[in-house]
Design a protein around this ligand. Structure first.
Ligand code: NAG
Length: 127
């Protein structure tokens, strides 16, 4: 096992410092958010008896807009057996998508009932 021999004290110290830097770097990346991201539809928070749908919507995306009416019908049909959480997902190639997603966060902070009305008005007024 000649290759595992440490040549001198300096090499050992360099190895330890390098190892510690790697550990510190990994720890810095593992920070969990303090609360779950997303907006619950009609405050129907998931429970053990409901199915959860997580949707990643860009308020200015035509595909997100088109998927909303059938999803809303399913929510009405299945009632409390279905929970929906929408995560704002602004795409970089949609102008103002980030700002509109921030507006949804602000709206949700002020009045959680208004968040989905705002999302629907973004969908209704897309160009
Ligand atoms: C919250 O939003 C809902 C839906 O837009 C509205 O009916 C209600 O009056 C608002 N509540 C407050 C306190 O502004």
């Amino acid at each position: 096992m000649k290759f595992l021999k440490i040549q001198n004290y300096n090499t050992l110290m360099k190895s330890i410092v390098l190892l510690l830097l790697c550990v510190v770097h990994v720890n810095a990346q593992v920070t969990l958010p303090s609360k779950q991201d997303g907006f619950w539809y009609k405050n129907r928070i998931a429970n053990t008896k409901s199915i959860v749908i997580e949707a990643f919507f860009d308020p200015l995306c035509p595909d997100s807009r088109d998927s909303w009416p059938p999803l809303k019908l399913a929510l009405q049909h299945y009632g409390s057996r279905l929970s929906l959480v929408v995560h704002p997902f602004p795409l970089p190639y949609h102008d103002n998508a980030f700002i509109s997603s921030r507006a949804m966060h602000i709206s949700n902070q002020l009045n959680t009932s208004a968040t989905y009305r705002l999302l629907e008005s973004f969908f209704d007024h897309q160009v």
